[in-house]
Ligand binder design. Sequence first.
Ligand code: FDA
Length: 405
Amino acid sequence: MRALWIFTGVTLNQWDVIIIGAGAAGLMAAVVAGQRGRSVLLLERANKAGKKILMSGGGRCNFTNLYVEPEHFLSANPHFCKSALSCYSQWDFIELVNRHGIPYHEKSLGQLFCDNSSRDILDMLLAEAEQVGVVLKTGSDIREVTSDEKFRVATTQGELQADSLVVACGGLSVPTLGGSDFGYRLARQFGHSVVPLRPALVPFTFTDGFKLLSEKLSGLSVPVRVSTGGKSFLENMLFTHRGLSGPAVLQVSSYWREEQMVKVDLLPNIDARQWLLELKTEQPKALLRTLLSQLLPRKLVRELEGLWWREHADRPLAELPDHLLVLVAGNLQGWSLKPAGTEGYRTAEVTLGGVDTREISSKTMESQRQPGLFFVGEVLDVTGHLGGFNFQWAWASGAAAGRVV
Ligand code: FDA
């Protein structure tokens, strides 16, 4: 029940649940709690809710994935995500999307995107929230959070109180879309540990000779296998002015650590060594660049030629020694690159690390240190692969808290 108390000149606004952050996880927590008849206040610092939802998936929101499995999530506590993901699955969210008549399609690898616009997803969540009486307050600046028998949230507009407090303020990624450290600070205030934070799903930057090459090839996208830290992803790689991006690179960035090499297999579907040695007998008069251009963009092949067989560029295959072909094949399938770094939180889709889940209930998202305090979404140390997994985590963890607050 919502009540406005006036007490000795101080306005105390009393709620069952206050949720900090009206992004994906906060909106879902609000909807589910509101459906249970709880009075819910959703506090958002920005001038509008769900900015990341709007910008996501290139404006079409990759809102979930058909193949959600725990293996698609990184965490220091890998089993943590299982319970919430199974209690609110991709099928639950798809059912909600269907109920609202939102058209969508599978792009690839089970990734579901809106046909029209990300706004469809945000409008759906806002409509659900409004229907159950959730109050959304944008432009809310929180100065302090304290707790005695209730949570007290001091904002520039007055003091608020609630029985439960849900921290849904996301991570550090993309400050212009709401990225902030507020959730981590709040977690530490209540005695929680934070698993070290890093930008993830983020492009690589280079400062060596490769930077010049990537500048020249900027805009070119090729299907490759990229590997680092024992993980590999078979998807597209995009050359950029600053280095490398594209789905394969974003995926592998979550596993990369400073000073590590990244391996790129430019011909992931063939045995390049065998292919080149066979071609030498089958097409002895052909040039290596002509043959490779059947499989890779000509512009890229020209640059690779400059790197790996420049002195032999105009000699037919028959005149190239086997050991050179084996060397070129090895480079094509194991191009070793050393990123100088990443583009950082400015463009990272997510923040790796976060509130240590070993101190959180996996069923309810409630703090084991402070009863009534909940953490949902990206602020937790659960990070999905690219492909709709991060939103599915936001929906699932938000719903888990919404069911009990
Ligand atoms: P989210 O960041 O969505 O929300 C947190 C909210 O809290 C923000 O509205 C913020 O303003 C607010 N806030 C922060 N501090 C506050 C404070 N002190 N007081 C009040 N409010 C505060 N994922 C995916 O699955 N599919 C996709 O297509 C994409 N695409 C994509 C594109 C881009 C450009 C980015 C940056 C990210 C994606 N993602 C994605 C990732 C996805 O957006 C992300 O994982 C979820 O939005 C996380 O949801 P949360 O609700 O946890 O945080």
